[in-house]
Ligand binder design. Structure first.
Ligand code: ADP
Ligand code: MG
Length: 287
């Protein structure tokens, strides 16, 4: 394409909220055969809400909120909001430690407290009897975090983050254009599958640790596949850079936006479809 055609293409997409940093990437967009999505904040709204608490509500929420007070994770924000609604004031904890992709531990009134997923329980040899109760909630697309003290589980909190209303249509449009769609998430397999089913995603890769996301992109690229990754988080930055086309949500963290070649200003996945269509128009016209 001529520089002018690329300028026309990028200007047209910018009008539709699809910011293309460098027009050259439009050609790569036309070659894509796979689009990989982060879950939280990308497919979903990214504003999770507490829906269920199993165990002594007061105690579970108090320990949970105290642990999450220094955490910036979307799940932490949901838990602190629920605690505040129920007039539960977090207490100061010591030795706060965020464990990437797993949860948080800290010292709470002199005992080791924890909040996190099954991998955190495994790492600490904590009995997983409660896990069967979690399965039902996870099948309803709810993320479950376990809360405990001194190696005992006090209970669990289920948190729901609904898909954006536009996600389903965007994924259908990508599939109609012959692209494969994949979800790549740190969340539990059952939750990921439930959300994938709601929005029509073809393939799920769940339970992925933050530092593993880019490796999964490389695997998907094998056999000369052209792969886009769409994400918003700090831990999405390496995958955004590794993908053939990195697409960041405008609502994302600065590092994600810096790592992406395209930014979806309206946080709407239909922007990926627009980029594809504009690429097609741009490159057809010149030929
Ligand atoms: P995603 O890829 O969906 O953005 P993350 O890698 O941030 O997910 O987190 C994966 C999982 O790790 C969460 O679903 C949760 O089970 C657990 N986790 C991470 N941080 C926290 C936290 N601050 N509190 C509780 N659980 C957490
Ligand atoms: Mg995210």
């Amino acid at each position: 394409a001529t520089p002018t055609a690329l300028m026309v293409g990028t200007a047209r997409s910018a009008k539709m909220g699809v910011l293309i940093k460098n027009g050259e990437v439009l050609e790569e967009v036309g070659d894509l055969d796979t689009v990989v999505f982060d879950k939280t904040g990308t497919i979903t709204v990214g504003k999770p809400q507490v829906t269920n608490i199993i165990g002594n509500q007061q105690q579970v929420l108090s320990v949970a909120a105290s642990l999450e007070e220094d955490s910036e994770h979307p799940l932490a924000i949901a838990i602190l909001k629920e605690a505040s609604t129920q007039n539960i004031t977090p207490v100061k904890v010591q030795n706060f430690k965020a464990i990437e992709g797993k949860g948080v531990t800290a010292s709470y009134n002199g005992q080791v407290a924890f909040i996190g997923n099954d991998r955190l329980l495994e790492d600490n040899n904590i009995s997983q009897e409660i896990v069967s109760q979690a399965a039902k909630l996870q099948a309803q697309a709810k993320t479950v975090v376990y809360v405990g003290l001194d190696k005992q589980i006090l209970g669990l909190i289920a948190i729901q983050d609904a898909p954006k209303p536009s996600s389903k249509a965007a994924i259908a449009a990508l599939k109609a254009r012959g692209l494969k769609t994949v979800m790549l998430t740190g969340d539990n397999e059952k939750v990921a599958q439930a959300i994938a089913k709601e929005v029509g995603i073809d393939q799920v890769i769940a339970g992925v640790l933050p530092n593993e996301k880019a490796d999964h992109i490389k695997k998907l690229q094998k056999g000369n596949h052209k792969v886009a990754f769409v994400g918003d988080g700090i831990n999405d930055a390496p995958a955004l850079s590794t993908a053939d086309v990195g697409i960041a949500m405008g609502s994302g963290t600065d590092i994600a936006i810096d790592s992406g070649e395209i930014v979806l200003v309206q946080n709407d996945l239909r922007g990926v479809v627009r980029a594809l269509d504009i690429s097609k128009k741009t490159f057809n016209r010149i030929k």
